[in-house]
Design a binder for this molecule. Structure first.
Ligand SMILES: Nc1nc2c(ncn2[C@@H]2O[C@H](COP(=O)(O)O[C@H]3[C@@H](O)[C@H](n4cnc5c(=O)[nH]c(N)nc54)O[C@@H]3COP(=O)(O)O)[C@@H](O)[C@H]2O)c(=O)[nH]1
Length: 955
């Protein structure tokens, strides 16, 4: 039917015969499509039922004559489009119709139907719209679109590569993953491309299979031809592995899915390696291991297990029951005899039932010990481990033994010991530590804190004037400083030395040593170092320190301080005569006297030998002089020694600070100079230092300096004084006397330089020169003797006897013509030794005389000790015969003594005839003095001999 026909039909509905109209209407109403025809005025001329029902419009409203605008308005009222769009829609449609071209549009109605509308103009005016329900088609299209999108999405996002071929072997589709997997060019591998082309390109990119490329291509073509679904493993250009699985489709095409299996293969390889290692580890494990199923049947075991139980691989096949394994290993002699198979099996059952996986010891043969554990598995069955703990057991035993030894050592230590952890809690301590502080073992045990111990110790009264808390706080503070030693002074007077050493892993080792006795000993040693052991007085060191302190005080606070230096007179005599014990008593007696007479702030010291000193504060020099005077008197008092009354005296030198200086050494020097003077005064005296003494000392010093060079400078010579027998006035010999002629000083008296030479030892070489010169000078004298003075110092020097022997031999002088004169002083120092030397000299044939007899303290006692050939009465007695009855008595006594002893007695210093007559009358056997001749040089000796012989002849 054409549009012309439709119009005609519409017109006929208005006016045509009823049967035809009805038929046409019937035909229109049964059409699938909706039809509505408008005239040129846009009014309906024909409309079918389908049109009305599709748009849900009412036949009452939409009927012949209804305008197009009203139709649209009615449609909008039915919700087919928004009423607000009515005008715009109407205007647009009318405009499109007026354009004279048919056009199509789609409209979704309120019912959800999708309507396809075709509007087309009719020849001769008017137009018609034909409506089609395209809802299903639209839905199908949408679904297809969605499906296609999903497929493409799935294809693009597949983890596997995919390629599909049609029955002609051409590519239908392939995904990006496929292209990437093999590094393929999407411009080559694309839909429509032949299978062989794709394979060639695949090979050209370096991908390969386990066969040459040509062969691989042929093989794939054969597979396709034979429709053989295969899985092929290929190697990618980069070494990765891909598994390709092909599937054939009913339409003759096929799909191949490519999976990258590189990682999976690697993982499988790793797993394989791990399993191998696991097997190896199992087999090589030091522990025995066995898995059993829930029926206690062996599933697997390792070699160590077999060795422990002496089982062979055949005897440990999977499935063997535990009871059988036990019995076999027993038969093989693996167990010690103490177990039965039932017992072992029962124990295993019980432990598994109670899920007890704690270790148990099994004693095997050869003293081997195995630790066995049963561990039930969640999935049934159990694992048993077997560990050889023989060595560990031995080590534990050894450790126990070591611990016992350590414990014994610890508790037998003389020192206390305590090991503390880093929180200062006791790890271990020994018995000595507990005893040392008298601690309770109920309190001091491992774990107790040092704070608790200190509190306990304080409660016991070990520490005075403190508390446990304070003690502990101080202790912690000290430990912060690190390793250290501290001394605890306990209230009972003991001193405990604590030594703290860090332990390697934290904490401390503390040792406790009772150092009370050591401290006392050290204090004693320190005291001894600064005190004199005999008198317990401060010694020179301490005296020097005290002097320093005193001088500082004088310097800063003012005032004065005196130093008194004491030197005992005759001490050596006493010591020698009564022995050292008596000498010690004398020194202690002197020390007591000194201490008794000083103030409490004064210091008395023994500086050594018979030297004492006092430091005295107070107004000076009055106080010091008063004290010195008093002490000189006190010490001059006789004292009882060895049941004898002994007299000693003391000489005192005084120096005062600040007058004489503020330096300790300087002040001591001043006091020494004063002492020197006091002694020179004749002993038993005190002397305050005077500045002139320094000058005197300097002078002595200069003289000493010159004396040292005198011998070498040949400044000495000898003079000889005649000695005459009294009964016959016969010249018997000469005494050699030393003279020093100094180029500047002139003649220096021996009385001046000999004491100096004795002080500094120069007398030894000088004395030797005198002896050799005298012997040489006297040798030519006809039968006359030569007397030579020997200093006490020469007796102390070695080789005196040898030197005398040599001098005699050298001079050719017969020993009987040599007479050696010694003084008492020579016998004072060490009389035994001196007397021995005298005997040796006597043995040479030399004569020995005792010079200056009578001036000493115990002259008579020496006569008993050595049989002298001659006693020379000191000239001081001869010189005072006229005025001193004592001198007369002494000369008489000595002369009688000599006569009784059969020893010659020479009176010295006889200057006058009266003196000569007197000494002769007294019984002296010889004389020496100016009366018969002054000492003369050697050159004049001849003349002196002649003169004296002439005198004798006259007499
Ligand atoms: N160890 C030595 N001592 C020696 C030596 N030479 C001398 N001396 C001793 O020196 C002291 C003083 O001696 P010197 O000044 O030589 O006096 C001697 C005589 O000159 C003197 N003398 C003798 N006769 C008289 C006299 O009539 N009147 C008087 N005023 N003086 C007189 O006496 C001294 C002799 O003394 P002595 O030796 O005791 O016989 C003196 O102690 C000497 O010993 C020497 O080489 N070594």
């Amino acid at each position: 039917m054409t549009s012309t026909d439709d119009n005609e039909l519409g017109a006929r509905r208005e006016e045509g015969p009823q049967p035809l109209v009805g038929l046409s209407q019937l035909a229109l109403d049964h059409m699938e499509q909706g039809v509505c025809v408008y005239d040129a005025d846009n009014r309906i001329v024909l409309v079918n039922q389908r049109y009305l029902s599709l748009f849900n419009m009412s036949a009452e409203t939409v009927r012949i004559g209804t305008s197009y605008r009203d139709v649209l308005a009615h449609s909008a009222s039915r919700g087919n489009f928004p009423a607000s769009e009515l005008n715009a829609l109407y205007t647009r449609r009318v405009k499109q119709i007026a354009a004279g071209q048919p056009f199509r549009t789609e409209q979704t109605l309120a019912s959800g139907l999708v309507m396809s509308l075709e509007l087309k103009p009719l020849p001769g005016g008017g137009w018609m719209t034909i409506c089609d329900d395209v809802s299903r088609l639209a839905r199908l299209e949408a679904e297809l679109r969605l499906q296609t999108e999903r497929s493409q999405h799935a294809l693009a996002n597949m983890s596997h590569g995919l390629i599909m071929y049609d029955a002609d072997g051409r590519i239908v589709v392939c995904n990006e993953r496929f292209l990437n997997l093999y590094d393929l060019d999407p411009n080559i591998v694309k839909p429509g491309v032949a299978h062989s082309t794709a394979i060639d390109h695949w090979l050209s990119r370096g991908n390969k299979a386990d066969m040459p490329g040509d062969k691989f291509r042929d093989s794939r073509m054969d597979d396709v031809r034979a429709r053989s679904a295969k899985a092929v493993l290929v190697t990618r250009y980069d070494g990765g592995k891909v598994q390709a699985v092909s599937r054939f489709m009913p339409d003759g095409g096929w799909v191949t899915v490519h999976e990258d299996v590189t990682e999976r293969l690697q993982y499988e390889e790793t797993l394989k390696q791990q399993n191998m290692m696991l097997d190896a580890a199992l087999e090589n494990m030091a522990h025995g291991l066995a898995f059993y199923d829930s029926d206690m049947r062996l599933r697997v075991c390792n070699n160590t297990y077999r060795q422990i139980y002496r089982l062979s691989p055949e005897q440990t096949r999977p499935g063997t029951h535990l009871s059988e394994l036990i019995e076999r290993s027993m038969q093989n002699g693996a167990f010690a005899t103490e177990y039965s198979p039932q017992e072992i099996l029962e124990t295993a059952r019980e432990r598994l039932a109670h899920r007890d996986s704690s270790p148990m010891r099994r004693r095997m043969v050869n003293d081997t010990v195995i630790s066995v554990r049963y561990c039930a598995l969640a999935e049934g069955g159990f694992v048993a481990t077997y560990e050889d703990i023989t060595e560990r057991e031995h080590a534990v035993e050894e450790l126990s033994e070591q611990y016992r030894r350590f414990d014994a050592a610890l508790n037998n230590m003389s020192q206390g010991l305590c090991m503390l952890d880093s929180s200062l809690r006791v790890i271990v301590c020994n018995r000595r530590y507990i005893e040392m502080y008298g601690l309770s073992t109920d309190i001091v045990k491992p774990g107790v804190s040092m704070r608790e111990i200190m509190e306990h110790s304080c409660e016991l009264g070990n520490h005075s004037n403190t508390t446990g808390a304070k003690l502990y706080a101080d202790y912690v503070e000290r430990l912060r400083e690190g390793e250290h030693t501290l001394h605890r002074h306990l209230s009972d007077g003991r001193i405990i030395k604590l030594n703290h050493k860090r332990m390697e892993h934290g904490g401390w080792v503390v040792t406790y040593e009772d150092v009370t006795e050591r401290h006392k000993a050290q204090a004693r040693v320190a005291h001894m170092a600064r005190h004199d052991s005999l008198t317990d007085l401060p010694n020179r060191t301490l005296f020097h320190e005290k002097m320093g302190d005193g001088l500082n005080q004088v310097a800063t606070a003012g005032g004065a301080m005196a130093v008194l230096c004491f030197d005992l007179d005759n001490f050596k005599t006493v010591n020698d005569r009564f022995g050292h014990a008596a000498g010690d008593r004398l020194l202690r007696w002197v020390a007591t006297r000194l201490k008794e007479n000083v103030g409490e702030h004064d210091t008395v010291a023994r500086l050594g030998g018979d030297e004492f000193a006092i430091l005295q504060r107070g107004p000076q020099p009055q106080s010091a002089e008063k004290l010195a005077s008093r002490l000189v008197d006190i010490i001059a008092q006789p004292l009882q020694l060895e049941n004898q009354s002994v007299h000693v005296g003391v000489s005192v030198g005084i120096a005062v600070a600040p007058d004489h200086g503020l330096d300790a050494d300087e002040l001591m020097k001043c006091a020494d100079l004063a002492l020197y003077q006091a002694k020179a005064k004749g002993r038993g005296a005190y002397q305050l230092f005077e500045p002139e003494m320094e000058e005197e000392a300097r002078r002595r010093h200069a003289l000493e300096h010159d004396l040292r060079g005198a011998l070498e400078a040949s400044e000495f010579h000898l003079v000889f004084q005649p000695q005459v027998r009294l009964d016959t006035t016969e010249l018997t010999g000469f005494e050699a006397l030393l003279r020093w002629k100094h180029p500047a000083r002139g003649l220096v008296s021996p009385a001046e330089f000999i004491p100096l030479a004795e002080e500094n030892g120069l007398i030894v070489p000088i004395g030797e020169w005198v002896l050799r010169t005298a012997c040489a000078t006297a040798a030519p004298w006809a039968d006359l003797t030569v007397a030579v003075n020997l200093s006490p110092v020469q007796f102390r020097s070695r080789g005196l006897v040898t030197m005398v022997t040599s001098a005699l031999a050298e001079a050719g002088l017969p020993p009987r013509r040599l007479e050696l004169e010694v003084t008492e002083t020579a016998l004072l120092d060490d009389s035994e030794a001196t007397i021995e030397i005298l005997h040796q000299l006597r043995a040479l044939g030399v004569r020995v005389s005792l010079d200056d007899f009578g001036v000493g303290y115990s002259s008579l006692s020496y006569l008993r000790k050595f049989p002298f050939d001659r006693i020379k009465i000191d000239r001081s007695f001869v010189g005072t015969l006229g005025e001193s009855p004592e001198s007369v008595a002494i000369v008489r006594t000595i002369a009688s003594l000599g006569s009784v002893l059969g020893v010659e007695t020479t009176a010295e210093g006889v200057e006058t005839i009266e003196q000569l007559d007197f000494v002769r009358a007294c019984g002296c056997t010889a004389v020496q003095g100016y009366y018969f001749g002054k000492p003369c040089p050697a050159a004049e000796v001849g003349r002196a001999i002649e003169t004296l012989n002439a005198v004798r002849r006259v007499a």
